[in-house]
Each structure stands twice: as C-alpha cells, then as structure tokens.
Design a protein around this ligand. Structure first.
Ligand SMILES: NC(=O)c1ccc[n+]([C@@H]2O[C@H](COP(=O)([O-])OP(=O)(O)OC[C@H]3O[C@@H](n4cnc5c(N)ncnc54)[C@H](OP(=O)(O)O)[C@@H]3O)[C@@H](O)[C@H]2O)c1
Length: 312
C-alpha cells in the first residue's frame, strides 16, 4: 500500500455569511483610529483590492468594527471608529458596495454590558447613524449580557432583521452554552460567531465553539488572529511554537504571520480571520501569500507546540 502525498488543508475559497460571499481574510477596525479620511480610504481600498483579487464576482471584504472601538487604542472615545468609518465609506460609495459591513453592540461602559431590548435598540440605531447606513450587513452582540434572557435577546435581534436595520446577526465571546441558548430562540439563525482564535489561543477548537459553528453552518470570525501582534513579537508564546512557525515559514518562503493565518484557514470550519494590521503592505502580503501548503502534520505540530502538551 502506498501512502498518498500529504494534501494542504488551507482553503482560500470565499466564506459564506448569511447569503453573502466574503473573502477568506477580513479587515478589523479596532485600531482604525486615525483622522485622515484620505489615508484611511486608501488603506481600505487597498485591502478591498487585495482581498477580492481572483475571487468570484460579488464576493466582498468583511470589515469588522464595533460601537465601542475608539475608547482605547488611540481613539477619541466611544463611537469614534464607527463615525470615522462612516465618513470613509461615505467618501466613496464603491467602498460600501465591496464590503460586508459588520459591527457590534452590547458593551456599554461603565455598565459594562447591556443587551436589554431598549439598550440594544439604542445601540443599533446609534451604530446605523454613525456608520451612515440604513442597514448593517452583520450585527453582532459583542459580549454576553448575563442579565438578558436569551429569548429576549433573540426577539430583539429578530426585530432588527424584521425592521430592515440589519441583514444578519451574530455573537462574539459567547460560551458554547450561551450560544446554544440564544440559537434555540433565534428563528432566522445566527450567521457568525466571533471568538478569540489564533495559534496562541486554540480554545475555540477545544471548547466546542467552532464545532457548534460547523454543526449549524455558522461562520466563525477569528479575532486577534495574530494574537494582537504577539505572534510576530513572540511575547507570551512558547518558544517551541515560534520555532515551529518559523520552520514552516522558512520551508514555504513566507513569514510567521502568514503561517499563523494559514493555520486558521486550514480548519474545516471555514473561518474568517479578522486581521487587524493598519498597514496596506502587511494586509496585502498576507492575502497574497496565505495559500501555502499546510498538511495535517504541520497543523498538529502547531497545535502541540502551542499547547505545550504531547498529543495522546
Ligand atoms: N470581538 C472582540 O471582542 C474583539 C476583540 C479584539 C479584536 N477584535 C477584532 O479583531 C480585529 C483584529 O484584532 P487585532 O488588531 O488584535 O489583530 P491581529 O491581526 O491579531 O494583530 C494586529 C496587530 O499586529 C501587528 N502586526 C505586527 N506585525 C504584523 C504583520 N506582519 N502582519 C500583520 N500585523 C502585524 C499590527 O501592527 P500594524 O498595524 O503596525 O501592522 C497590529 O498592531 C480587530 O480589529 C477587531 O475587529 C474583536
């Protein structure tokens, strides 16, 4: 019997969000805290061009923001990133057509979380106003509000769809049980779930998050897919993981960031890593190089060195 050559697990095919197709790498706006509309527009246009190159017609770039962005990371306060993004989108309508606009609500400092019907309705209305859109493509609950019943949250989110305020709904940072409780009450279904997920943080592959997503045909969006830059700096990563990533990177002729993002694209959940760089050249390089060869042996080497425990 001959052993078949190892096949690459990395998929760069478009992903599905609701009834839309999106590029396999998304653009994150947590650090989109500038004030120069021209420069930010060029950054977004470059990301759109890179991400949509070679994709089927109609594919869009998923752009992820949140009402709370701007409160840290050099921003001027709550809502300012949405306001800035709204200005950048309004400056050129082609941008809006080429992106799937995703935002989040439900964090309300100093409460800190409020997904009550009235709280989330106000948050969604404010996001639409700041983003200057009638309809948000994907509205996500940023963090679970332990004091809102899942039936009430589902009714609120469904009402946003019924009223045409949002096209699809999703969650972020929900435990599997919190996800299940909400999903059970949600007639139109969740489109996405957004956990922290990177080579340095494999929990969603172990705690059921991405398994639930695969069961339900829900697309995982991986936040901080380069561990907020720590994949590059090595800070807090096991040295064995850094060595494994670098060895694969050298073999493939790419950098460590590419291997880390390719690892997420190798998982069968068909996730969308939301990359947070604010440098065009880095975003473009990732998109262009991510289709490397990662087979099972490579992926398990990353898992084993990340977890620091020999696989049974
Ligand atoms: N749902 C949630 O609770 C939650 C929480 C956090 C983030 N998010 C989402 O996830 C997105 C991404 O988060 P993140 O910004 O932490 O993502 P990330 O992609 O893990 O990290 C981005 C950081 O890595 C740096 N970096 C260094 N070398 C890089 C390279 N070669 N290529 C790319 N980046 C490099 C970037 O700096 P430069 O800009 O200088 O390149 C940037 O500061 C956010 O924008 C947000 O949409 C969601």
């Amino acid at each position: 019997m001959t052993t078949p050559p190892p096949t690459s697990l990395v998929s760069t095919a478009p992903r599905v969000v609701g009834d839309a197709l999106v590029a396999p790498i998304g653009f994150g706006c947590w650090r989109f805290t500038g004030t120069d509309v021209g420069a930010a527009g060029r950054l977004l246009d470059d990301a759109i061009d890179a991400a949509l190159e070679g994709m089927p017609a109609g594919t869009r770039l998923l752009v992820d923001t949140a009402d709370v962005y701007g409160l840290d990371w050099g921003g001027a306060g709550f809502g300012t990133v949405e306001e800035f993004l709204g200005e950048v989108l309004a400056a050129d309508p082609a941008r809006r057509r080429n992106i799937l606009l995703a935002t989040k609500g439900g964090i309300r400092p100093p409460v800190p979380y409020d997904s009550s019907p009235e709280g989330l309705a106000a948050a969604c209305a404010d996001s639409r106003r700041r983003l200057r859109v009638d309809t948000i493509d994907l509205y996500q609950v940023h963090r679970p509000d332990l004091f809102t019943a899942p039936s009430d949250l589902a009714a609120t989110l469904e009402s946003f769809i019924d009223d045409g305020f949002v096209r699809t709904i999703g969650v972020s940072n929900f435990t599997v049980d919190q996800y299940d409780a909400l999903a059970a009450w949600t007639a139109s279904g969740l489109a996405t779930t957004q956990p922290e997920w990177s080579v340095a943080h494999l929990d969603p592959m172990r705690d059921g998050t991405v398994d639930r997503a695969m069961r339900d045909g829900v697309t995982p969006l991986a936040w901080s897919p380069l561990a907020g830059g720590r994949v590059l700096s090595g800070e807090g990563l096991r040295p064995e993981l850094v060595s494994a990533l670098d060895a694969i990177a050298a073999r493939e002729g790419v950098d460590r960031a590419t291997v880390a993002i390719a690892f997420l694209l190798a998982h069968p959940a068909d996730a969308v890593p939301i990359v947070g760089t604010q440098r065009s050249e880095r975003f473009t390089a990732l998109v262009r190089t991510v289709g490397i060869h990662l087979d099972r042996a490579d992926c398990y080497r990353i898992v084993e060195t990340s977890e620091g425990v020999p696989l049974p």
